[in-house]
Write a protein that binds this ligand. Structure first.
Ligand code: SAM
Length: 221
């Protein structure tokens, strides 16, 4: 099957099962005003995050990489009115677009956007003694994945779920000699998870509107 067929299948399932309200459509379209247009998760991936939050009964969610807040809206809705989302974003321009989108979606009151390098923001959360998070979504710069996993392990407890996006990269993940630091960031975090005694995990390849990529899902025992 070809890329157009993948897109048609995504459109079928998104139309049938997922849907996007005006706030999500506006958030997706506002990606054009960010530093990384079209880098948000697909609608069916946003819905998967929401489902995982519901299945895990997660109330506190931490996100690395906000962009325009598209995935943040899915997560903030899923944690519910009593829940909380902390999302970490490097670029002030993106954070400001995200804040507008979170406001429009009616979830700004349960989301905190922290601006700056995610490793530093996460370190500050650790120093502040942040209450443990139930689900962590790692979707910022890929070379940072190992540092973000290490921070996530300081900020979660048993039962926590950790989701990492873009782990397949058109198949490049299998190239041990890759000189792409994003590929090496993925390979290192996979190894770190594999070697961590408290983590069980799997990864799934995906095709669709975002091309050929994949998600890693880990759970802390
Ligand atoms: N999670 C978003 C969504 O699905 O709607 C997409 C996030 S996009 C793939 C990656 C984001 O990470 C960009 O907004 C980028 O500015 C941000 N980013 C890149 N390097 C970062 C860093 N060192 N710290 C925090 N955020 C970073």
């Amino acid at each position: 099957a070809s890329a157009p067929a993948w897109r048609a299948v995504d459109a079928f399932f998104t139309h049938a099962l997922v849907g996007e309200d005006e706030a999500l459509v506006a958030a997706r379209e506002s990606g054009a005003r960010t530093t990384m247009p079209n880098a948000e998760v697909a609608a069916n991936q946003g819905a998967l995050l929401g489902l995982l939050i519901g299945i895990a009964g997660a109330r506190r969610m931490l996100e690395f990489g906000t962009l325009a807040g598209y995935s943040t809206i899915w997560c903030a809705r899923a944690v519910g009115a009593q829940g909380h989302v902390t999302t970490l974003e490097l670029a002030p321009q993106n954070a400001h677009v995200a804040l507008e989108n979170l406001e429009r979606a009616g979830v700004a009151d349960r989301v905190e956007v922290r601006i700056g390098p995610a490793a530093e923001s996460a370190q500050r959360l650790i120093e502040e003694g942040a209450e443990p998070y139930d689900l962590v979504f790692i979707d910022a710069d890929k070379p940072g994945n190992p540092a973000y996993l290490a921070a996530a392990l300081c900020l979660t407890g048993p039962g926590a779920v950790i989701v990492i996006d873009n782990v397949v990269r058109d198949g490049a993940v299998v190239d041990a000699a890759s000189e792409d630091p994003r590929v090496q960031g993925v390979r290192q975090v996979v190894q770190d998870i594999a070697e961590h005694p408290e983590l069980e995990a799997t990864a799934l390849q995906t095709v669709g509107v975002k091309g050929w990529d994949g998600l890693l899902i880990a759970r802390r025992r």
